[in-house]
Design a binder for this molecule. Sequence first.
Ligand SMILES: *Cc1c(COP(=O)(O)O)cnc(C)c1O
Length: 425
Amino acid sequence: MSPSAVAANAHAGESEVNLTNAAIEHRTSGTDAANGTSNITNGVHTKALPKLDASKLTYSFTKSPREIPAPGVTSDDGNSICTDHMVCVPWKSKSGWGTPELKPYGPLNLMPTASCLHYATECFEGMKAYRGFDGKLRLFRPDCNAARMLMSSVRISLPAFEPAELEKLVLALMAVDGPKWLPRERPGTFIYLRPTMIGTQSALGVQAPNEALLYIIATYMPIMDNPVGGMRLHTSPDDMVRAWVGGFGYAKVGANYGPSLLATQEARERGFGQILWLYGEQGYCTEAGASNFFVVWKDKESGKTQVVTAPLDDRLILDGVTRRSALQLIRERLSDKVEVVERKYTINEVMEASNEGRLVECFASGTAYFVMPISLIHHRGQDLPFPMGKAGEGGEVTLKVKGWLKDIMYGNEQHPWGVVVPEEQ
Ligand SMILES: *Cc1c(COP(=O)(O)O)cnc(C)c1O
């Protein structure tokens, strides 16, 4: 096991649920095999078929390299700016994984009947590469992203693969595009990586696709972790949930996001940054937009300071890499001051804490938004304000977690979670 995998497992047990294994078991169980697809795609027969193999990567470099944008410029007329190259790997149920190819970034060749365009056979990952203050380029716990991608993929009948091979392909893309697109002269900057898998079979039958494409792209993204005055959240409409028990909220599949955009857009028009997704009659707090959500309060009974966040065991929320890293660091480094509590809790409990003056701070976490202070929740006509710390940039726990993670990501602290990209020169 790699050092980072060891670290990832160090706190397994009480707090971490192995979603990956459960999903794979489900996918390869008798009931699934009975539908006539998974026995071919993920079962016995695949053993003989070629596996995903990063060592076979071929390189065809762009003949028209683009200029990199000025510092701070992250999009072009509203469109993402991607790097010169991408990695693509085709898969077929009959022939297994094809040859991975690093090639110029550009449009995909897809038939209008492609599975992903009709049945949401799409999943993705979000991770970043960080240009350290020591000049090195790093990924943050890429093994966690690769394992989660496998879990998401099998959840929607896309093929299984060896996660370590995906990790190597991400490293290979950054080894080529990293030096130019995250230059050493710009320490403290990042680029966003988006491994994606789509069902490509061109057949309008509601069935598991027998062809798929794995691709990895890299793009700029703005810094979003420091909105002026903190992020303001609006609770979700009474007639909408983001995910449900028995659903797939725990998987990073495209089908989770499109339907949430309507409420988000409405909230934005009213001056809020994201939706706080509540669940069920009781109004359980789950996630803030596509970020994990944490409340720091003084516990009603014990008076202790607690960081409270939704649990993983009911599979409503996504097992964020930032979430689990934040919780682990708080447990390791702040346990004398703060207790970590993963449990179901309701918006009414937050309101009660607000009324009783027990709210300490609030933040959301995710790769895109990083660790973001939240200054207010609006729920059914009522505003619940959160203290934003002395400098107005977030509470103590929020800023501590942010600082620790930043130090690891940008190489100020040598840590097994920071994986150095071996760059080409
Ligand atoms: C991606 C995502 C997160 C954050 O996960 P990280 O691994 O920390 O980036 C949280 N919630 C949802 C719904 C997400 O899609």
